[in-house]
Write a protein that binds this ligand. Structure first.
Ligand code: EGU
Length: 446
């Protein structure tokens, strides 16, 4: 079956492959421009699924993501389903909690069920058609013909003017790129896995303060917790796979938590902890980089399909959403001429996506190497002090990344420059001076 390809002077048809967060948002962007949009998702409609398989990985929505949502009128709706996070809360081994403000507002914590909003929004455009239970089996980069497999065993062939691959880290669209010459591709699995544990409300209230990103930095282990609207917290434990595998009994789980995260045992509950720990095996994390993001004027990759990142900068979804804005801006610049837009998109976006992939990996390496709670607190205090006294000169990297739309690669460049300035200052400033600054800042903040 071929769909809507032979009409004369027709509207162009865009196939969005993948109905996740970036796919659904992209469908909105293309529909808003007046294209006929066909969205293909391999799973059934998650909104009608009785059992939602998979996990509830937590997401932090920040400035870049919000700007993209705003573009299609979704920002307020989604932000209302999130919990604002104004600061981190660092949990020390002895149970002490220390807040470190982000300095700016605007970041919210979301659970991934929130992708029903972009999906529902995409559906409200009359020029969008949703095709669930359509698994991309193969496509031909020469002809653009896609073959989808259905659960009932049938096949469907579709041809469109543009294919937008938003089908995640294990993208089926990307497979055709890999067969071509001069396509760079790398993927790296990190030695850590993650596991999600739920912290239920206590007496109907959040078990910990809600408006924080709770962090338990323990060098090679780390746990973070983000609040959900239903007053639960989703805790994510990051740990090398080999350490996950060492823990095989309920008693060992408690022993481990007693040693590294003792304050969380009464909050999660020993029984829940033992049950949740063995419910699902630890999950892998992969980082993917590639270049180019397009094939001719026929196909383009966005989101995790183009650049899966490890979660240690809280930017995966935000970078994917920003892809949609960047593409949209280039569509304006080049009058929706795909043969010009696609190469320009690759040219502009690859350096930025590679920069955020590197930053996330850098932060992973730095945190597992020597980040305990003291070190984390110290580093962020120093960042905040410098920003407080020289807000125009020394902007913390996470501020540029999380609270602005400074291009990722420019944020990195500026960070390298700032580090040089800081080094010079270190030589000019006495140790005593720094201690006084620290003394000033700590009371100011608490
Ligand atoms: C969500 C889920 C604290 C990991 C990086 C900060 C998030 C994360 C940080 C997840 C950290 C780490 C930053 C934000 C955020 C910090 C950030 C949200 C990490 C550098 C499932 N990270 N998240 N940096 O600064 O910029 O607070 O794994 F622990 S939000 Cl790892 Cl800002």
């Amino acid at each position: 079956m071929e769909k809507s390809t032979s009409r004369q002077s027709r509207k162009k048809v865009v196939a969005v492959v993948g109905g996740g967060l970036v796919g659904a948002l992209n469908a909105c962007f293309f529909a808003k421009r007046g294209f006929d949009v066909e969205l293909f998702e391999s799973r059934e409609d998650i909104r009608r699924a009785k059992i939602v398989k998979g996990r509830s990985i937590n997401l932090a929505l920040s400035h870049r993501g919000r700007q993209a949502l705003k573009h299609v009128g979704l920002e307020e709706k989604i932000v209302a389903k999130g919990i604002p996070m104004h600061a981190r809360m660092i949990h020390s081994l002895n149970g002490k909690q220390s807040p470190i403000p982000y300095g700016r507002k605007g970041q919210v914590s979301l659970t991934n069920f929130c992708n029903i909003f972009p999906l529902t929004a995409a559906e409200t455009y009359p020029n969008t058609k949703m095709n669930f239970d359509h698994k991309l089996q193969d496509w031909n980069a020469e002809t653009g013909l896609m073959t989808f497999a259905r659960l009932d065993g049938s096949k469907e062939q579709v041809k469109t003017d543009l294919i937008v691959g938003c089908d995640g880290a294990f993208s089926a669209v990307r497979k055709q790129f890999l067969r071509r010459s001069r396509f760079d591709y790398s993927q790296t699995y990190i030695p850590h896995g993650y596991m999600e544990l739920t912290m239920l409300p206590i007496n109907g209230e959040f078990a910990m303060k809600p408006n924080y990103l709770h962090i338990w930095p323990r060098n090679t282990f780390m746990m973070i917790a983000l609040p959900n609207l239903d007053k639960t917290f989703t805790c994510t434990l990051f740990m090398p796979f080999e350490d996950f595998e060492k823990i095989t009994t309920g008693d060992e789980v408690i022993e481990f938590f007693q040693k590294y995260f003792p304050d969380t045992i009464p909050l999660i509950g020993a029984d829940t902890l033992q049950r949740d720990y063995f419910r699902l095996p630890a999950q892998a994390m992969v980082s993917v980089k590639c270049n180019p993001y397009h094939i001719g004027d026929a196909c383009v990759l966005m989101g995790d399909a183009a650049h899966a990142v490890v979660p240690f900068y809280g930017q995966g979804m935000n970078a994917g959403f920003e892809d949609c804005i960047v593409f949209d801006e280039i569509m304006d610049q080049f009058n929706e001429d795909f043969s010009a837009v696609l190469p320009e998109y690759t040219r502009v976006r690859v350096p930025d996506d590679h920069a955020i992939a590197d930053l996330a990996m850098y932060n992973y390496i730095e945190m597992r190497a020597h980040v305990n709670s003291k070190w984390f607190l110290f580093r962020k205090y120093v960042d905040n002090i410098l920003y407080f006294f020289m807000p125009k000169t020394i902007i913390p990297l996470y501020t540029m990344v999380t609270f602005t739309r400074t291009r990722y690669h420019e944020a990195v460049k500026r960070w390298h420059w700032q580090n040089k300035v800081k080094y010079l200052e270190k030589m000019c400033t006495t140790h005593e001076c720094n201690l006084i600054l620290m003394g000033l800042f700590v009371p100011l903040n608490s």
